[in-house]
Design a protein around this ligand. Structure first.
Ligand SMILES: Nc1ncnc2c1ncn2[C@@H]1O[C@H](COP(=O)(O)OP(=O)(O)O)[C@@H](O)[C@H]1O
Ligand SMILES: [Mg+2]
Length: 373
């Protein structure tokens, strides 16, 4: 978990989760009905934070919940063991259940309690040391369904950075998962991924393993009306006076982008601390903004370097930042289209409902305008 008045970097705690309330409620309801859901969106948009809140509420309603993140695993066995542990934690309340089982095998006396809590599962399972990676993986993938059945619970499993599963395990993982998941009663899945293109293909390609397995829902933005009271109350908790207009300027500058808004608030807050003032003004916001841009510059530059390797991409990017038409006489429309697709793929821009393109990070758009000539 992250620290600081305005947490930045990892999943946020419940009290720092701003907005998206209707969406959270709808996710909870769908999963409670056993419907699996896929959410794809660029990094730092708030997927993991959102998903943890959804799981928290499901747990409150009595469901079993399991969360695993493919970003963290070193290989097949690591993933399998982590998934088993996360599933079993619902029963035991202990996050390294398999270790306890192993220790119990070594010193039988101490683990009597676990033996009772796990006996029916252990019988079908035996001890993990004796299993091959693939056997362990199959068991792990079956376990959500087994637990749901044995304990008469709904089991909701969240996979984070799901598109990385083949890298962590093997190329057959999706097929293998689908084979297990589709026969499970009482288990629902929440798939998150930051590579939108890959996620879309995996869940909507006719020949893909997860074709039509989950509802694919767009992640809504966080509304200004949700940011303003949150930011106001945060500053108030440090006895800092703010008025709506100044707070709205912050949200306007960041475009309401989840992490950029938090980060900008954070930089504005540190600016205030340094000046010793206790009333937030436009002046602080501007200073904080400059500091935020300075801190983000290396990241922005790297993205720009990368994108600018293709001449059309660079030109299209600049035109989009200016809000101008990207098509141009003398340049084949297909080339422009490819540049746009590339920018969408890299999560720099996204298509709006009205068919135009907007920057995922408005701060990046402003940065381009300042640094391109
Ligand atoms: N709902 C939210 N409310 C406030 N800040 C958020 C929210 N979602 C994300 N953030 C900000 O973005 C950062 C990254 O969030 P995270 O959930 O890890 O995103 P993702 O999983 O999409 O990469 C958080 O540390 C926080 O600063
Ligand atoms: Mg995440």
């Amino acid at each position: 978990m992250t620290r600081g008045l305005f947490p930045v970097g990892g999943p946020v705690a419940k009290e720092d989760l701003v907005g998206r309330e209707d969406f959270i409620v709808s996710l909870v309801n769908r999963l409670l009905e056993g419907q699996s859901v896929m959410l794809a969106g660029p990094r730092r948009i708030g997927k993991t934070s959102l998903a943890h809140e959804v799981l928290r509420r499901l747990k409150e309603k009595g469901a079993y919940t399991t969360a695993v993140d493919f970003f963290r695993f070193s290989g097949k066995r690591d993933f399998a063991v982590s998934l088993i542990d996360a599933c079993l934690e619902n029963r035991t309340g202990i996050n390294k259940t398999l270790n306890i089982l192993r220790d119990r095998a070594k010193a039988l006396a101490g683990g009597a309690k676990f033996a009772i809590k796990l006996r029916d599962l252990e019988i079908s399972f035996g001890f993990p040391e004796k299993k091959s990676d693939d056997e362990l993986l199959d068991y792990a993938l079956r376990l959500p369904g087994i637990l749901a059945g044995r304990d008469d619970k709904l089991m909701v499993v969240m996979f984070d950075e799901f598109q990385d599963a083949p890298r962590v395990t093997d190329a057959e993982i999706f097929k293998r998962m689908r084979a297990h998941f589709q026969v499970q009663k009482g288990a629902a899945y929440l798939f998150l991924g930051s590579k939108e293109g890959m996620m879309q293909t995996l869940f909507s390609g006719r020949k893909e393993a997860f074709y039509r397995f989950a509802a694919m829902l767009p992640i809504p933005g966080i509304a200004e009306d949700d940011w303003v009271p949150y930011i106001t109350q945060k500053f108030a908790s440090r006895n800092i006076l703010v008025d709506d207009n100044v707070v709205k300027e912050i949200v306007h500058l960041s475009g309401g982008h989840p992490q950029d808004t938090m980060f900008l608030c954070s930089e504005v807050y540190y600016t205030l601390l340094e000046t010793g003032d206790n009333t937030l003004t436009h002046h602080h916001v501007r200073l904080g903004y400059n500091r935020a841009v300075l801190a983000l510059a290396p990241i922005f530059d790297e993205v720009l370097d990368d994108l600018s390797a293709r001449s059309q991409v660079r030109r299209v990017l600049h035109q989009l930042a200016l809000g101008k038409n990207v098509y141009q006489e003398g340049i084949h429309p297909n080339k422009v289209k490819r540049a746009i697709d590339h920018l969408i793929n890299r999560a720099v821009i996204k298509k709006t409902a009205r068919g135009s393109y907007v920057f995922v990070e408005p701060m990046f758009q402003r940065y381009i305008l300042q640094h391109f000539q």
